[in-house]
Design a protein around this ligand. Structure first.
Ligand code: ZN
Length: 55
């Protein structure tokens, strides 16, 4: 599946069987963590400190 990078807004290819907690490196240099947000798979930056990304 293709997800959106929260940093650069570009497309990120994620395996269809990706599980929450998996890490994906994006071309822009960020490491993204796969998260399950109420049943929807999303990506968030793996920076650890902030939990209030996005809406
Ligand atoms: Zn990116």
């Amino acid at each position: 599946m293709m997800l959106k990078c929260p940093i650069c807004g570009g497309s990120v290819e994620v395996p269809d069987d990706a599980l929450p907690g998996e890490l994906v490196d994006h071309d822009c240099g960020v490491t993204l963590e796969v998260v399950n947000d109420g049943g929807t798979i999303k990506l968030r930056p793996l920076e650890g400190v902030r939990e209030d990304w996005g809406e």
